[in-house]
Design a protein around this ligand. Structure first.
Ligand code: NDP
Ligand code: 13P
Length: 344
């Protein structure tokens, strides 16, 4: 059995800690608020983030990073993307030997356009890490904590380390696959949150299932377009961390991105929505990062582009949909359009 420190005691960190504890591992869950950690240790609950869920008694909460990481073989990072660098910088002095570093967060850093594995590689020296492994896929914490059937993918440049992490997590309710395409796995997980905001917005505007199916399908097309430009395997977007996560986030009431989009579609202002959510809505920052990255890389991302304008430039949500519908006609499959333009 392994000693694992889970860094981030929000919904997802707590749910993943529960999977590890179910598998018999020694789990330390780090959070920054003493009241929350007292609750986890005394009452074995985390009511703010996973209401009604009884946590295993062998899961121990810490507010000291030093104590949480002392002697562990594996770190699981589950902080919001915007806090990742700060958490890693705080963590670094407490690491004395190389550990396996897993992350399960979903985002891209605005300004640098770095994926989280790239941020980890920058912040933690190579001598202190055995490998960096990404865990991603269609997996809402609320369902994982009820042990409902869930599938995810782990990805690393080091296949043995990916398999080590697969073995840490896999159980009857939580099935884990491996995929060597770390770029595709991370980008699929991050970019689907943009489309989920759009799907929520479409529902909030009162549009139906046709519109949502269009957003999911054309959303996947633009995710794959940017992803392949950044070096991903296009087939990854047909898998759990691509279409799988896109479906769950665009259609589940558990999705914070969908819920935030829904409120925006009903006319609420962005800041009011974020204040009301009280949980991380990664899609907002990721929209900004992806919009800028797509411009830089000259990749067409029409849905991301109009969402960017709704979130950050005051565009009306209904007008954004009209704009998407009025775009000039095109082929659905890009290879066809490039072939035709070559023939012309
Ligand atoms: N929830 C889910 O089902 C899933 C989430 N994810 C991803 O996991 C990541 C974390 O999300 P999730 O757990 O849901 O988020 P939550 O909103 O549930 O919790 C956020 C957690 O991060 C902590 N936090 C916030 N800011 C900082 C900071 N500056 N330094 C340290 N800790 C901080 C919060 O602490 P505090 O309470 O003290 O504010 C809280 O513990 C995201 O990238 C998300 O996309 C991926 C798959 C599923
Ligand atoms: O990534 C997730 C499910 O796979 C969680 O999505 P939300 O952050 O929108 O809740």
């Amino acid at each position: 059995m392994e000693k694992v420190a889970v860094i981030g005691a929000g919904s997802w960190g707590t749910a993943l800690a529960l999977v590890l504890a179910d598998n018999g591992h020694h789990v330390r869950l780090w959070g920054r608020r003493q009241d929350q950690i007292n609750e986890i240790n005394a009452l074995h609950t985390n009511e703010k983030y996973l209401p009604g869920v009884a946590l295993p008694t062998q899961m121990v909460g810490y507010t000291s990073l030093q104590e949480a990481v002392d002697g562990v073989s594996t770190l699981l990072l589950v902080a919001p993307t915007k806090a990742m660098r700060e958490v890693l910088a705080e963590l670094r002095p407490h690491l004395s030997e190389a550990v396996t570093i897993v992350h399960a967060s979903k985002g891209i850093e605005p300004g640098t356009y770095k994926r989280i594995s790239e941020i980890i590689a920058e912040e933690i020296p190579a001598s202190l890490r055995k490998s960096i492994v990404v865990l991603s896929g269609p997996s809402h914490a609320e369902e994982v904590s009820l042990r409902q059937p869930t599938t995810v993918t782990v990805s690393s440049e080091n296949i043995e380390e990916a398999e080590f992490v697969q073995d840490l997590f896999i159980n009857q309710a939580f099935r884990v696959y491996t995929n060597p395409d770390i770029v595709g796995v991370e980008l699929g997980g991050a970019l689907k949150n943009i489309i989920a905001l759009g799907a929520g917005m479409s529902d909030g505007l009162g549009y139906g299932d046709n519109a949502k199916a269009a957003l999911i399908t054309r959303g996947l097309a633009e995710i794959a377009r940017l992803g392949t430009k950044m070096g991903a395997n296009p087939l990854t977007f047909a898998g759990l961390t691509g279409i799988g996560d896109l479906i769950v986030t665009c259609t589940s009431v558990h999705s914070r991105n969908w819920r935030a989009g829904n409120m925006l579609g009903k006319g609420k202002a962005l800041q009011a929505v974020l204040d009301q959510m009280g949980m991380v809505v990664e899609g907002v920052r990721t929209t900004k990062a992806a919009y800028e990255l797509a411009k830089k890389e000259e990749v067409e991302m029409p849905i991301t582009s109009v969402l960017h304008d709704v979130l950050f430039a005051g565009k009306d949500a209904k007008e954004a949909v009209d704009e998407l519908m009025k775009r000039s006609r095109t082929h659905e499959v890009e290879d066809v359009s490039s072939l035709l333009s070559e023939l012309q």
